[in-house]
Design a protein around this ligand. Structure first.
Ligand code: XMP
Length: 531
């Protein structure tokens, strides 16, 4: 146990800045650095040397990128950054940009390498390769090759197409590899990265769930003071973990609002209303709005219209609840000034947002709330990737069922019923969905599958036989997909036995359903949800 009264190192100190040269790898590199226990952020390649140094970075990583260093408009590297005394690690494009800046030779040899390649390490005692085998599989993606290392650089690895595939200079603390150590196909990639961080940059591992919680709790307390805070809970992992963090920081000053729109899956409302409250002690206001949503959805079959109605009703409910809370100053008359949002780091990077360090900002008219309800936003997850949010959730005691919950759309089962949404159809879908989830969990597939929507084709009926008689029931569609980020997806190859068991159970146990079908479409062209 660490002594909680002892001053803790700030895990944001000496960040590793990952300069983004335009490939999709920069965020992955930042995640890998954090997995090694060091805080890191993605910064654009347009950042000036002064901007970079102002952050007092513990190290700088130059990411890969799509360009050749010879391409017109290829993002340049200011050589000054390599002379600033900050350890630098170049990867792929970043490696070649270092070579150019330091006076080595990048040649168009015509010997590009793409995909898994064997690298030969010539110095197993070196900073990057210490403790690793001399032959390793690395992931390459380059056309040009470095044929001559800059002066002072020691060449420590080569590949068939790249005579200079890695170099190191411990005096200037400059390092580089031609490949992508951040992707898992580079078998020792994480070890290479850790060696750079620990041995090259001499950075300690201070970034972990406990230090993240401790730091955020302090920041939130300092920002909130005696004011009160409101948070909308959806039952998903982001809002739950954000609420749990704020609750740990300011306790009863936080009030959470959970709108039960009646479109959740079996057990999910209870997870929020009972398990989450029991685990975190949050003060929760539950708005049971199932009837209101159902009557607003009556007769509606068009998916866009359903979404609009659900969105509108949701805002109405939340607004009313927020007004009630805002109107009810606490015994000492403290107003509600803050609203918690579960914004994550990838959203910040993708929206071109500033550094993750500022987690509190002023904001007006948040999420459709009316202008006269003005809050300052608290975004305690603004620095975090999804996997870190889960770790922080576990650290805070958020129930595992919530921490590991698969993505679920805000409009809920409302868009997984094709046709009009009614109470009995919701009940049918809820039971079928619960069976599918239970069987996938039982088969140990939860972490392999990104999500598995179950869709009720409520307007379709087909003939079947059940028992001794004909049935005329509805089909449900299973839509298990694997994905990294939901932008693209493939249909998951769930074992036939598991599919068979799900089908048998649903058709036996849910009287209205007489067929179970499997969606084998990737995204694109399909989407994940049916609607
Ligand atoms: P699609 O169907 O577009 O879904 O392939 C991509 C991902 O987004 C989720 N999704 C939503 N999430 N509100 C949400 O919070 C929504 O309205 C919504 N619609 C789709 C979907 O479950 C998948 O993970």
């Amino acid at each position: 146990m660490t002594d909680p009264s002892a001053p803790q190192p700030d895990p944001h100190d000496s960040p590793v800045l990952v300069v983004d040269y335009g490939a999709q790898y920069a965020q992955l590199i930042a995640r890998r650095v954090r997995e090694a226990g060091v805080f890191s952020e993605v910064v654009p390649h347009t950042s000036s040397v002064a901007d970079l140094l102002a952050r007092e970075p513990g190290a700088i990583i130059l990411s890969g990128g799509p360009s050749s260093v010879y391409a017109e408009g290829a993002p340049p590297l200011d050589p000054e950054i390599l002379a600033a005394g900050v350890p630098v690690f170049g990867m792929c494009y970043g490696f070649q940009a270092m070579v150019q800046a330091l006076g080595g030779t990048v040649s168009r040899t015509g010997l590009g390498e793409y995909g898994a390649t064997k690298a030969s390490v010539s110095d197993r005692e070196s900073t990057l390769f210490n403790g690793q085998p001399d032959a390793q599989s690395v992931w390459m993606s380059h056309g040009d090759s470095v044929t001559e290392a800059p002066d002072g650089m020691r060449v420590t690895a080569s590949t068939p197409g790249a005579p200079v595939a890695a170099f190191e200079d411990d005096d200037r603390r400059l390092y580089g590899v031609q490949w992508h150590p951040e992707v898992m196909h580079s078998t020792f990639g994480q070890r290479v990265l850790e060696n750079f961080l620990r041995r090259g940059a001499r950075l300690e591992a201070t970034w972990n769930p406990e230090s993240i919680v401790a730091e955020q709790v302090e920041r939130i307390r300092a920002a909130v003071g005696d004011a009160r805070v409101v948070c909308g809970l959806s039952g998903g992992v982001d809002s739950s973990v954000a609420a749990a963090l704020v609750q740990k920081a300011v306790g009863d000053q936080l009030t959470c609002v959970f709108i039960d729109h009646g479109l959740l899956r079996e057990g999910e409302a209870e997870q929020v209303e009972q398990d989450f409250v029991a685990a975190t002690g949050v003060d929760l206001v539950v708005v049971d709005a199932a009837e209101q949503f159902l009557s607003a959805l009556a007769g509606v079959t068009d998916p866009e219209q359903k979404r609009n109605i659900i969105g509108r009703e949701f805002i109405r409910c939340f607004e009313q609840a927020a007004r009630d809370i805002v109107g009810s100053a606490d015994a000492d008359g403290h107003p509600v000034e803050f609203l918690v949002q579960g914004t994550l780091y990838p959203d910040v990077v993708e929206s071109g947002g500033g550094t993750g360090a500022a987690n509190i900002k002023s904001h007006h008219n948040v999420g459709g709330l009316p202008d006269d309800l003005q809050f300052t936003l608290i975004e305690p997850l603004r620095d975090l990737f999804k996997d870190e949010v889960r770790q922080v959730g576990l650290e805070l005691g958020v129930p595992e069922g919530i921490v590991w919950r698969q993505p679920f759309p805000g409009p809920g089962l409302g868009i997984r019923i094709i046709g009009e949404v009614t109470a009995s159809r919701l009940e049918t879908l809820r039971r079928a969905d619960a069976i599918a989830r239970a069987e996938l969990t039982e088969a140990g597939l939860d972490r392999d599958i990104w999500q598995c929507p179950v869709v009720l084709l409520a307007d379709v009926r087909s003939v079947g036989v059940q028992g001794d008689g004909r049935s005329y029931g509805h089909p449900v569609v299973l839509r298990p997909v694997s994905s990294e980020d939901a932008m693209t997806a493939d249909w998951s190859r769930v074992p036939y036995d598991v599919l068979g068991q799900i089908s048998t159970r649903i058709t036996n146990e849910v009287a209205e359903v007489n067929r179970v079908v499997l969606d084998v479409t990737s995204k694109p062209p399909g989407t994940i949800e049916w609607e």
